[in-house]
Design a protein around this ligand. Structure first.
Ligand SMILES: Nc1ncnc2c1ncn2[C@@H]1O[C@H](COP(=O)(O)OP(=O)(O)OP(=O)(O)O)[C@@H](O)[C@H]1O
Ligand SMILES: [Zn+2]
Length: 723
């Protein structure tokens, strides 16, 4: 059989390679075309991939069923899918699946039909027919329900007029697309620093070449205004810009800001956009009619027709790392996508990740600095509250110094923010009589009380149940007590201490979707709230002009965890959250409640010594060969049977190829030893930067015994989480 009549097709299933299919007589396909192909007993959508088809006996080859009228996958997209699969050791088909999102509903927008008067009169006239023809007499085509409504007649009257030739069915003009963003509208007057950075970014976009730029500006320095100027350049070229945000909570305020600048909102892409909305975005991005998109990490897989710029806002944010399925870091993959597209990538942050910072220091990335806040505003004054000496009385969580600060803030008519990185009411519920602790039946984790929902919830598997009145172990009545605070409890304490204050709580589980959150954020911005209590959601990007005080209830939340980035995370999170204070015309201050005031991260925050912190952190990581100076890759073995998981972990360790520069640690029981009924063991490979660690991992897994039965082996390159 001639080779030209067979092609490779990649299907969105957990297969690592494309399959060979015959191309039926008369069908023309090229790499990138979206097709339907048989797979087992069903049909699947797929993409014609590159590479020579395998020599398969022609007669046994299954044929492509149809070509789908959808935007093809350009070469850069196919290379992107290949690259991610290769780097993350994921099946190519699984990566393709992410890139096919929104496609099922794509295709041409359905033509809509309407009715128009022909000028002919029906043989028999009725008052209803008169009315319908009177409305239609202006010659415009109207959809049937519109015409029926305007004339006050039933649709069957119109059908009768069509049958008699007095009305004809015509295709309606598709509605004009809403106006796109307009780059010619004037932006704000930039400060000299902002102007310098904006001009550099504008030139970078104008150069139409891949380049990574770190936009490093303190909180409130106007990074958003500056990268909007880069987007403006992309729009002036008639090309496309993608702005990525780590959380949907950030996108809504951004949409309004973008609309103020460009006169129209950008398109939005994330998981909670409905299917038809996603299909529309995908289509518009592919045909080039959508010029600007703000997206969560999955937006990286959109088939842009002519991408001129990628902005990764809050590039340091851990939410860019996807942990399930294909474990990838969207910030890193944005750089890969930019390279494949030949488009510049802007990484923006007030607290760049050490990875990005070192890349900038070593000249791999350019760096633009905004050293001060917009409008001469000072950075907030930060101090530590030593919980060992000046902690709150038993049963309370706000130290006296913090309470006075809130009191003063409220007295001045300003807003206070209390930050605690823990959802729910209390992280632990225990029996006062026998000491029994409420634990998740499926995970090695305590159940977290959520008073709002009146339930005990596992934050790892979602298990939830009512709070028991009697102890499940000793049956003592009313003996269960809540230990430790979550945001709900802090809200209660704030409401109790400040009965006059309007308290609002911002936590991902209390809020119904992005628009609801936007309303809450608006209320805060307008000053209709006095005390905001929130989880890490409040740390990012928000701009509340009246907020002048930030109290971190537990500044040590990340310390102590077995995480090489614990110090960095602490610094970043607290810098971001304290950065919400004093952005309006009054100065801000912040207090950090800590048991470890001498920790380098806390000390750096108090001293305002960001550079010092980066220097110390970089040194420690370099000495320990931790990222970005070394590479890490994790292997997580899991399964329902603990002994089998352990045995497989050991077998994996034995199979690890002995390579001089790679160190393999483990297996060790994961800190989260069980999740969803599966026991977990971890192994970690560590190497210097120069080593191709993904390549090593591939060799390792190939040499290892296969995971049989219910055992699962997951690989996480550049892990962010070590649980
Ligand atoms: N040149 C300017 N003219 C008018 N307003 C400005 C200007 N620059 C910044 N602002 C305003 O200052 C505030 C802070 O700017 P922006 O939110 O862009 O800072 P940021 O650097 O992104 O902060 P963060 O890192 O904390 O999110 C915003 O309300 C913004 O509109
Ligand atoms: Zn659980």
């Amino acid at each position: 059989m001639p080779a030209a009549r067979a092609v490779q097709v990649l299907l969105p299933v957990a297969l690592d390679r494309a399959l060979t299919y015959a191309v039926p007589e008369g069908m023309v396909v090229e790499p990138g075309d979206v097709v339907v192909a048989p797979l087992g007993s069903r049909s699947s959508i797929g993409v014609v991939w590159d590479g020579a088809p395998e020599a398969v006996e022609g007669a046994r080859l299954k044929a492509i069923e149809a070509v789908v009228a959808a935007a093809p996958f350009p070469d850069a997209m196919r290379r992107f899918v290949d690259w991610i699969a290769d780097y993350t050791l994921s099946p190519k088909g699984q990566v393709l699946r992410m890139a096919l999102r929104g496609l099922a509903e794509e295709g041409e927008a359905k033509p809509k039909f309407g009715l128009r008067a022909t000028g002919a009169r029906p043989a028999r006239m009725t008052p209803a027919r008169e009315r319908a023809l009177a409305v239609a007499a202006d010659g415009t085509a109207r959809a049937k329900p519109r015409l029926a409504e305007a004339a006050g007649v039933s649709p069957s009257v119109l059908d009768g007029l069509v049958a008699e030739g007095a009305l004809e069915i015509v295709e309606l003009e598709p509605p004009a697309p809403p106006p796109g963003p307009d780059p010619s509208r004037p932006g704000p007057t930039l400060t000299p620093h902002q102007q310098h950075a904006a001009e550099a970014l504008r030139r970078t976009v104008a150069d139409r070449a891949f380049r990574v730029v770190l936009l490093d500006g303190v909180t409130g320095s106007g990074k958003t205004e500056v990268y909007c100027e880069a987007a403006a350049e992309a729009l002036r070229q008639g090309r496309q810009a993608l702005v990525m945000a780590p959380e949907i909570a950030l996108t809504v305020p951004f949409l309004d800001r973008f609309a103020r600048r460009f006169g129209a909102r950008p398109a939005v892409w994330h998981a909670s956009v409905g299917e038809s909305g996603r299909a529309a975005v995908r289509r518009g991005v592919a045909d080039g009619s959508i010029k600007a998109v703000v997206a969560a990490r999955s937006g990286l897989f959109l088939p842009f027709r002519d991408l001129a710029l990628i902005v990764v806002d809050e590039e340091h944010d851990g939410a860019y790392k996807q942990e399930d399925g294909v474990a990838y870091n969207a910030r890193d993959m944005a750089v890969v996508r930019g390279r494949l597209e030949g488009a510049p990538v802007v990484l923006a942050s007030a607290t760049p990740s050490l990875e990005t910072r070192i890349n900038a220091d070593r000249g791999r990335y350019a760096r633009l600095v905004l050293p001060s806040r917009f409008g001469e505003r000072a950075m907030p004054e930060i101090a530590a509250v030593d919980m060992r000496r000046e902690g709150p009385p038993r049963g309370q969580w706000l130290a006296p110094r913090l309470v006075s600060a809130v009191t003063e803030t409220l007295a001045a008519g300003e807003q206070a923010l209390l930050f605690l990185n823990r959802r729910g009411y209390a992280p632990l519920t225990l029996c006062r009589r026998c000491g029994h602790r409420m634990k998740c039946p499926n995970c090695s984790a305590w159940l977290v009380e959520h008073r709002f929902r009146a339930s005990l919830v596992c934050h790892h598997c979602g298990h939830s149940g009512p709070s028991p009145r009697a102890c499940p172990s000793c049956a003592a009545e009313d003996s269960m007590v809540a230990l430790g605070p979550g945001v709900e409890r802090i809200r209660d304490e704030a409401a109790e201490r400040f009965p006059e204050a309007r308290v609002s709580i911002l936590s991902s589980d209390l809020i119904g979707g992005g628009e609801r959150l936007a309303a809450e954020l608006d209320a805060i911005e307008r000053g209709e709230v006095d005390i905001v209590v929130g989880t890490q959601m409040v740390t990012k990007g928000h701009h509340f002009p009246k907020l002048t005080f930030v109290g971190a209830v537990d500044a040590d939340f990340a310390l102590g965890a077995a995480d090489p980035r614990a110090g960095e995370r602490t610094f970043q999170t607290l810098q971001q959250v304290t950065g919400r204070a004093g952005r309006g015309d009054r100065p801000g201050r912040a207090l950090l409640q800590t048991f470890d005031p001498d920790h380098p991260a806390i000390r750096a925050l108090v001293a305002g010594d960001r550079e010092g912190f980066y220097a110390v952190e970089a040194k420690a990581r370099e000495a320990a060969l931790m990222p970005p100076f070394g590479r890490l890759a994790a292997v997580i073995v899991s399964g329902p049977d603990r002994a089998a998981v352990e045995a497989h972990g050991r077998a994996l360790a034995r199979a690890a190829p002995k390579v001089e520069q790679v160190r393999v640690l483990g297996p060790a029981e994961a800190p989260l030893a069980m999740v969803r009924g599966r026991h977990r063991m971890r192994l970690l490979a560590q190497s210097p930067r120069a080593v191709d660690l993904p390549g090593y991992m591939r060799d390792w897994l190939a040499a290892a015994p296969p995971a049989r039965g219910a055992l699962r082996v997951a690989v996480d390159i550049d892990p962010q989480s070590f649980l």
